[in-house]
Ligand binder design. Structure first.
Ligand code: GLA
Length: 782
């Protein structure tokens, strides 16, 4: 709901309110964003919220000679610029035709509606908002118009904001900086939670309390990056998962982004988010327009979990394209860690038939199938099957995979080219490169110049040809390089600052066209894992490979990180081999499964080399996942304890009707002589009774080492053939949990679980729980 008064604007969602007004100078004052309060949109209604100025503070500049009491420096603004007294970091910097950088945006008009589109740039944007407000300002200096568009999503408690510049003058204007989001809070001291990392360790939450100075989250990789995700939170120092005030922010953008949180000398906190201004500059010719990415914000006074629920609901309904909304995601087997580049049809079919036996639904042939692609130095760009590896081509293999009862998926990396490829030989000028200069290297490949329409068209047509050459149901769209030597050989020198944004626009054109041409294909984004995990990609591709790191312990941290801003069915998560290929850590198969189940489940290991026991275990995991898939992929996710608090990571996923739930506890290292562990559910119905059970497992006696001799009638030497034989025949029973209690008890008291093994004895009611163990718990309303 949007209420307007005389130059007063109040935006409501179910549980939040956002308010601003236009001051006498024509500049906009931000009044409030937070918990829902009812504000009458008139002078009296906002009287408590406006700042009172009788004298300008010392050593400040007043806006003009008629507003002697008013300095832009000590007021919460809705739109900030530079040169008129605000000494803080500005949201907008334009360079007028006379070279001046001062901006002076004054209110012109407003419009409300539900389908006003300010986006004429081909950028992805949220869909189906309840209401919109567009405010138009005029820059008295450059003459440009600026529109701020707010979209309100009532049920999801989300408001978005994007900005458009229109050059209605008759000379060029340069955009030096344009932030999508600005919020000025009237206080310092927010705890900022950012999600940073690198390859194989994405999305680590870091908390920083900011009382003064500036905190920046940004990427320069050409992608939204694994270095710093555009999603971040701001909360009170004592906010936790289940209580306290928290703001969540994100950006629908896949390129270089910039978020800054700064505290002014007057103790006010300014939040900005948008395209990274570093290396960016955009020339607007007369009548040109420029649209910023859309920024997303939410607020909850009920802790991080509730804030995440707003973001999840928003992504599910307003970002993910309609064909894949609430649609079952298939369980897949990916060939990468099973075979890397060493693939051929017979090997792949062996893997696929094992996958079919296990109940897997989709077979994905990863890298290595095209050109001369035997390693990562060759053939990117040459999207023709290698007939030595695939004698029947893509179609031949696909038909055989389908005959096994599986759907077929493939890997592509369309934005790239190896210099050792036919494409590069034909079109060296199609890369981002500075002609005549030495190029920096990254995985032996170059980025194609997607700012060039002919390159974008080439990608679209090549991929259309590949995707229609066989019955392809799934595409993993990879992107394995960070940018260097940014330069487009077709743009003039003064437009080189536009290259990276034009690249992103070119990418969006590819993604939009191909997802429209192939709406039924499930696309999974990937960029060396999570180097481009953002709402721009999710607008087209409903899931993204979360990390090349498939280690269960690492993944618990990474997936928890994503879950703050993104629903977990958007995160591809695979069960891989042990020792893990990224960490060399050995973890139990059940732990790998438990963690991967909370994302979009797949397997990425050599099923052909598995023992019968492992194959049976995987089969039963898949059966279980299919039974619970709807809860996992469509449920409401809650974080409990995390490794940041100790040695337990605890998650719960509750069905939408809250009648069924799955919980998981994953342990880091065993603490000796601690038999006690409790699981606390979240999100259940208080007064409903639930049957609480665990995933009952049997254990290999070899996992008890030499201890078997304490019960064995004959001495068994470790690693002996005799022990191996007995281990096949005799299994150790694990504990059984089976109680019926109210949701209230499960949530607020928790379940004291059966005791863990602790060196003093073992029977079938002891919880076998060594390092890196996980247990899944199931709750069904009765
Ligand atoms: C990247 C991806 C991997 C795999 C390889 C193939 O590293 O993240 O999952 O697809 O490329 O080359």
């Amino acid at each position: 709901m949007i209420k307007t008064g005389n130059k007063i604007f109040i935006l409501y969602t179910l549980h939040t309110t956002y308010a601003f007004r236009i001051m006498d100078t024509g500049c906009a004052e931000h009044l409030y964003y937070g918990r829902r309060v009812n504000i009458t949109p008139d002078e009296n209604g906002i009287s408590a919220l406006t700042e009172k100025h009788t004298f300008a503070p010392g050593n400040t500049v007043t806006y003009d000679k008629d507003s002697g009491a008013f300095s832009m420096e000590d007021v919460c603004l809705e739109l900030s610029t530079t040169g008129k007294g605000d000494m803080r970091e500005p949201a907008v910097m334009l360079i007028s035709s006379d070279g001046s950088r001062t901006g002076d945006f004054v209110y012109k008009s407003f419009e409300t509606g539900s389908d006003i589109s300010i986006n004429d740039s081909g950028m992805p944007e949220s869909r189906l908002c309840d209401e919109q407000l567009v405010i138009t300002y005029e820059d008295k200096n450059s003459g440009a118009s600026l529109q701020v568009c707010y979209k309100v999503f009532e049920d999801e408690d989300v408001i978005t904001r994007s900005v458009k510049i229109i050059n209605d003058t008759d000379s060029d204007i340069i955009i030096d900086k344009l932030m999508s989001l600005q919020i000025d809070f009237d206080r310092p001291g927010f705890k900022i939670s950012s999600f940073t990392g690198g390859w194989a360790r994405e999305m680590n939450r870091e908390d920083t309390v900011l009382n003064a100075g500036k905190f920046v989250v940004e990427s320069r990789t050409g992608t939204s990056s694994n270095r710093a995700n555009p999603f971040f939170m701001m909360s009170d120092a004592d906010t936790n998962e289940d209580a306290g005030d928290v703001y969540g922010f994100n950006l629908i953008y896949s390129g270089n982004h910039y978020e800054s949180i700064s505290v002014s000398s007057f103790g006010k906190t300014r939040v900005l988010s948008g395209i990274n201004p570093e290396g960016f500059s955009w020339t607007l010719h007369p009548s040109d327009t420029f649209v910023s990415p859309e920024a997303v914000m939410t607020f909850s006074h009920r802790g991080y979990n509730n804030m995440s629920h707003h973001m999840h609901a928003f992504v599910r309904k307003h970002i993910v394209r309609k064909e894949w909304q609430r649609r079952k995601r298939p369980i897949l087997l990916n060939s990468w860690e099973a075979a890397y580049f060493d693939i051929n049809e017979s090997k792949l079919l062996k893997l696929a038939s094992k996958a079919a036996e296990a109940g897997i639904e989709l077979f994905v042939m990863d890298d290595g199938w095209f050109g001369e692609r035997d390693n990562d130095a060759k053939s990117l760009g040459d999207w023709t099957e290698n007939k030595k590896k695939l004698p029947g081509g893509l179609k031949g293999l696909t038909d055989k995979v389908k005959a096994l009862g599986l759907k077929m998926g493939i890997w592509v990396e369309p934005e790239m080219v190896n210099t050792d490829s036919s494409l590069y030989k034909k079109h060296p000028e199609w890369c981002l490169a500075i002609p005549g200069k030495v190029h920096s290297e990254g995985r032996n490949q170059r980025m194609l110049d997607l700012s060039r329409p002919e390159v974008v068209n080439f990608i679209i047509e090549e991929m259309t040809r590949v995707f229609s050459s066989a019955d392809i149901s799934y595409v993993k769209w990879d992107m394995n390089r960070v940018v260097s030597d940014v330069y487009s050989s077709v743009l003039p020198p003064e437009k080189q600052g536009e290259v990276m944004h034009r690249y992103v626009l070119g990418l969006y054109k590819c993604m939009k066209t191909l997802t429209e041409r192939f709406p039924e294909i499930l696309f999974e984004g990937c960029a060396s894992g999570g180097n481009r995990f953002d709402l721009g990609i999710l607008s087209y591709f409903p899931q993204i490979w979360g990390s090349d790191n498939t280690d269960a312990l690492s993944r618990a941290v990474i997936q928890s990180g994503y879950s703050y801003g993104y629903p977990l069915e958007c995160v591809g998560a695979h069960v891989s081999g042990s020792p893990n290929h990224q960490t060399l850590r050995r973890t139990p198969l059940e732990s790998r499964f438990a963690v991967a189940s909370f994302g979009s489940l797949g397997y990425e290991c050599n099923l052909c080399d598995m023992s019968k026991e492992e194959a049976d275990a995987i089969k039963s995991q898949i059966e279980l996942y299919k039974k619970w898939r709807n809860v996992f992929q469509d449920g409401i996710f809650y974080r409990g304890r995390s490794f940041a608090d100790g040695n337990i990571n605890e998650w719960t996923m509750v069905s939408r009707d809250r009648k069924a739930a799955v919980g998981m506890v994953l342990q880091d290292l065993v603490k000796p002589n601690t038999q006690y562990l409790k699981y606390n559910a979240k999100g259940l119905l208080s007064d409903v009774n639930y049957r609480f059970t665990n995933r009952e497992l049997k254990y290999d006696i070899r996992d008890f080492g030499d201890l078997v001799n304490t019960v064995s009638p004959v001495h068994l030497k470790q690693d002996s053939i005799a022990l191996d034989v007995i281990a096949k025949l005799v299994k150790m029973d694990g504990e059984e949990e089976d109680i019926t209690v109210s949701g209230d008890v499960l949530m607020h008291c928790g379940v004291k679980l059966k005791q863990a093994f602790s060196g003093t004895g073992y029977n079938e009611q002891v919880r076998f729980f060594p390092d890196f163990s996980a247990r899944m718990y199931f709750m069904n309303a009765i």
